[in-house]
Design a protein around this ligand. Structure first.
Ligand code: SF4
Ligand code: SF4
Ligand code: SF4
Length: 275
């Protein structure tokens, strides 16, 4: 009983994912969903378990387990375009399958519960960017967030144009779009990280998916909160935050509140256990 209580959070996460896995498996009559959501649930539970054991690289383990699975298995082997172009493509064809379900769960409705957990634990772009040397930004944030709307519109226009022009072999184009899109994301992401000395510059200014993630995560059920009675305003949490979040402000309107990727660096570094 004591053991069960100690590991309650990873067990709850596993149960939630198993519920989704079994529901989708039975309703869609497709074993893939059972495997897919069970794997992701197990990876996340393992990460939470490692975190509770104070393993320093717990988040990176989850990032690699989930990110590589998505990129290599789903993207390259199964040829499922999980980029935003893939989402538009499957949405336009009316296919409610892997890519659309993935967006619905991880990036559109899921953030109402777990905020931008996707960005901290599963994204295969950030999985690589987080290996770069600038883990916390050294300079103030730039006013370049508008770029995300340009990339968002470009992805939508690209896929709409393919449909309007009735281009053939669209599945093959989507696979190539996945390869080229990913190469571009990595190239731009790494260049920006070095240019701005900030690993997460791509996430802050360019990533089109944040157009979904930011407004939805505003309402997130799970948020980092500050216990004002314990906080001594030392500012350490803000210094270690990769996303410039003012985590000592508990309001939903806090500075860069919709940027929090739940990486837990602030929690780990707070000397007063106030977070
Ligand atoms: S902002 Fe975009 S690139 Fe960054 S972690 Fe989130 S989904 Fe990935
Ligand atoms: S690190 Fe902890 S004590 Fe210091 S400002 Fe942040 S919440 Fe307060
Ligand atoms: S350091 Fe804290 S506030 Fe900043 S992104 Fe990580 S969890 Fe969110």
């Amino acid at each position: 009983m004591k053991l069960l209580k100690k590991h309650l959070v990873p067990i709850i996460v596993l149960l939630i994912f198993e519920t989704v896995a079994v529901t989708l498996w039975l309703t869609k009559n497709n074993l893939f969903y059972l495997f897919n959501f069970s794997y992701i649930g197990l990876s996340l539970s393992l990460g939470i378990l490692l975190y509770t054991k104070n393993y320093r690289h717990a988040r990176r383990v989850v990032q690699l387990l989930v990110g590589l699975y998505m990129l290599v298995y789903l993207g390259l082997i199964c040829r499922e375009n999980m980029q935003i172009e893939g989402f538009w493509y499957y949405l336009f064809t009316g296919v409610f399958e892997a890519a659309t379900i993935h967006y619905a769960v991880a990036k559109i409705f899921g953030p109402l519960i777990f905020g931008r957990g996707w960005c901290g634990y599963a994204c295969w772009t950030a999985m690589v960017l987080d290996f770069l040397p600038y883990k916390t930004p050294v300079r103030p944030r730039k006013k370049l967030g508008w770029i995300r709307y340009v990339t968002f519109a470009a992805s939508l226009i690209f896929v709409s144009a393919l449909f309007l022009a009735r281009v053939g072999a669209i599945e093959r184009i989507m696979f190539w779009a996945f390869l080229i899109g990913n190469a571009a994301y990595y190239g731009i992401g790494i260049a920006l990280a070095f240019l701005f000395k900030d690993n997460r510059a791509f996430c802050k200014y360019v990533c089109p998916i944040t157009v979904f993630l930011k407004p939805m995560s505003y309402f997130s059920l799970f948020r980092i909160r500050c216990n004002k009675d314990k906080c001594v305003s030392c500012g350490k949490c803000k210094r270690v935050c990769p996303m410039d979040v003012d985590v000592t402000d508990n309001s939903r309107k806090r500075k860069n509140g919709t940027e929090c990727i739940l990486c837990m660096e602030c929690v780990k570094n707070c000397p007063k256990d106030a977070l």
